[in-house]
Design a protein around this ligand. Structure first.
Ligand code: SAM
Length: 282
């Protein structure tokens, strides 16, 4: 029966500094019957720090199908489960979404225990417009797919937030520079930790700053949106550039019409010319 169900708590935990946790989060973690954690050893450090003795089980990318069923079963038998991830808010670019979706479908109460998220923490000190923004999570790891994604974002007016691995940071910044342009950007590394570092400037400034360094730790990128700079070339040349990046004709037309602030119909006409030329050439 529904009344027997337990509650699924989505508990935000620190993104570095162990003090960044709410009183309510500590209480809920103490009172839950079970904590589902992305990495049990990692979470254990936090639990030990706060004297939390609740049993912990793992819930990560590669066991989430089986573990999801197990947790659903516990919830249905009336146990309260607290979901935590390695850092920040569960479900934001980490496992959790499927569990939350399943719990909602099963009529289980899902309660948020808000707290830090690296995306919002980074945005808050980026110095870039915060009024409207878009969270992009991780860009695709493969260069071609990443460039395609960046091309579709070229005309985006909102500030863009990305997560990135330290190993890929430099190549991603280069791609941002070449595809999106030399915009204002903030690179926020190791937020709330001892080696916290904030780099602000144009993309080229940050590339210069980082060129001889080995970047370590965790990184958030906040990129300024398109400030009406428009596209530099002609409609045709921008369209060709977008197609070269691997976008389909439909995606390219959409990106270019956004970039120029003109109708898709207008761009489409140019698209037809290119198609005809390619057909004639081929
Ligand atoms: N759910 C988390 C949240 O709400 O922030 C994000 C999880 S995602 C798997 C991990 C990514 O978040 C890292 O690769 C990095 O891009 C970013 N991140 C996490 N902690 C960070 C920190 N202390 N400083 C900068 N970025 C961080």
């Amino acid at each position: 029966m529904h009344t027997m169900n337990g509650t699924l708590y989505i508990v935000a935990t620190p993104i570095g500094n162990l003090e960044d946790i709410t009183f309510r989060a500590v209480r809920v973690l103490k009172e839950a019957d079970l904590i589902a954690a992305e990495d049990t050893r990692h979470t254990q450090k936090l639990l030990t720090h706060y004297g939390i003795k609740t049993p912990v089980t793992s819930y990560f990318e590669h066991n989430r199908a089986v573990k999801g069923d197990f947790l659903a079963w516990r919830l249905r038998e009336g146990k309260d489960v607290a979901l935590v991830s390695d850092a920040g808010t569960p479900g934001v670019s980490d496992p959790g979404y499927e569990l939350i979706k399943g719990a909602i479908k099963d009529g289980i109460r899902v309660v948020p225990i808000p707290g830090p998220s690296a995306a919002i923490t980074g945005l808050s000190i980026s110095g870039l417009p915060t009024g409207i923004f878009a969270f992009e999570g991780f860009l695709p790891a493969k260069e071609k797919a990443r460039n395609e994604r960046l091309e579709t974002l070229r005309g985006e007016e909102r500030s863009l937030i990305f997560y990135e691995s330290p190993q890929r940071l430099l190549s991603t910044l280069k791609d941002i520079h070449d595809i999106v342009g030399d915009r204002n950007i903030a690179v926020l590394r190791e937020l709330t930790k001892i080696h916290e570092e904030v780099l602000r400037g144009r993309v080229s400034d940050i590339l210069e700053e980082l060129k001889d360094r080995t970047v370590k730790g965790e990184v958030v990128i906040v990129l300024e949106g398109n400030q009406g700079e428009g596209f530099k070339g002609s409609i045709g040349s921008e369209l060709e550039k977008a197609l070269k990046c691997g976008l389909s004709m439909k995606e390219a037309i959409e990106a270019v019409s956004k970039g120029f602030g003109i109708s898709k119909g207008e761009v489409y006409k140019e698209g037809l010319k290119i198609k005809l030329m390619t057909a004639e050439g081929g």
